[in-house]
Design a protein around this ligand. Structure first.
Ligand code: SF4
Length: 333
């Protein structure tokens, strides 16, 4: 069994809703957006773990909590089996170097007034890693690793002088320059042309193989995740609905939500018969999520009262495959 690098246990993030004077009288109690509402998963060393879901499912909030861009409301985060959830900043500083994040929009995450060299060197300077010669060496190496070759051709340029794919390579190189063990990649290819997506995904895969970096790969695109993730978890309204080996979930999805997501993926075989599974309606508000099973207002396999009243536990159905649906918890009884 591969060594675990990250584990989150019952992780929660509730954002308080700001209410006006009259709204707070009507509401009578503080309201919260339950962005992440008690999720548990682990990521192994040298693994790309996928977190899949629609916008508003809580996947981005989860990634940001792990790298401590935001603090959790509850639950625990472990790094190499050491709990880091509430570590004081001073003790967390050396761990911060080992965990990096790549954002969806490289244009927004790269300072337009800085050259590529300074953008890449900045994390090293902030973390006081080496002198200027050592910094230069690391910057050149990271540019080569992300295939911006020769580095001399790129170091004096500004982000607006690069293509979208090159900017995402710079963002990846910037994450790599501190030689992290773990990277959160938050929709890293969703803003790129289809032709460039494969190149960036191959690059991530290559970095995982070469340096043993582990990734949390966040995406709304289950079809993309199937190509690079060994295991995935499917999130809906702040909860995990299904998790397990990617192949098992893709070829035999159990949760009605996962089935619907899979049916939205175009088949390469135009003659293949498909059963239409439609997700009806909009994703409900995370301020007031549906009672019982959170998916019950949109579920095609709704079982009645039990789905409306009782929250289904995430149960193990074999081979590391977990599902949160009364169809399976009832069978287990
Ligand atoms: Fe559908 Fe009920 Fe399963 Fe929820 S618990 S996914 S509502 S069948």
């Amino acid at each position: 069994m591969a060594e675990e690098i990250i584990r989150v246990e019952n992780l929660k993030k509730w954002f308080p809703v700001r209410l006006g004077f009259f709204e707070s009288i009507i509401a009578r109690r503080p309201l919260f957006v339950r962005a992440v509402d008690g999720i548990t998963f682990d990521i192994k060393k040298k693994e790309i773990f996928g977190l899949i879901g629609e916008s508003g499912s809580g996947k981005t909030t989860t990634g940001r909590m792990i790298v401590r861009l935001i603090r959790p409301t509850g639950g625990k985060i472990f790094f190499h089996n050491r709990e880091i959830t509430r570590l004081p900043e001073k003790e967390f500083k050396p761990i911060r170097k080992k965990m990096q994040i790549i954002f969806q929009d490289p244009y927004e995450s790269l300072n337009p007034k800085m050259t590529i060299y300074d953008i890449m060197a900045e994390p090293l300077r902030v973390q006081q890693v080496g002198n200027e010669d050592e910094i230069a060496e690391r910057v050149y190496k990271a540019l080569e690793d992300v295939e911006l070759i020769p580095p001399e051709e790129f170091i004096h340029r500004y982000p607006h002088e690069l293509s979208g794919g090159q900017r995402q390579r710079v963002a990846t190189g910037r994450a790599l320059v501190l030689q992290p063990e773990f990277i959160v990649a938050d929709e890293p290819v969703s803003m790129l042309d289809v032709s460039i997506r494969a190149e960036i995904l191959n690059l991530m895969f290559d970095l995982m193989e070469r340096y043993g970096v582990s990734f949390l790969y966040i995406t709304h695109d289950i079809a993309l995740a199937r190509h690079i993730c060994e295991r995935i978890a499917v999130m809906y309204l702040g909860k995990i609905m299904e998790k397990g080996n990617t192949e098992d979930i893709i070829y035999e999805p159990l949760h009605p939500y996962t089935k619907a997501l899979m049916m939205a993926v175009p088949s390469p075989d135009p003659t293949a018969k498909r059963i239409e599974v439609v997700i009806k309606g909009e994703i409900p508000s995370p301020v007031n999520p549906p009672s019982g099973c959170r998916f019950h207002t949109r579920c095609q396999e709704y079982l009645g009262d039990i789905c409306r009243r009782e929250e289904p536990p995430l149960i193990h159905v074999g081979k590391g495959h977990y599902v949160a649906c009364h169809r399976y918890s009832e069978k287990k009884k």
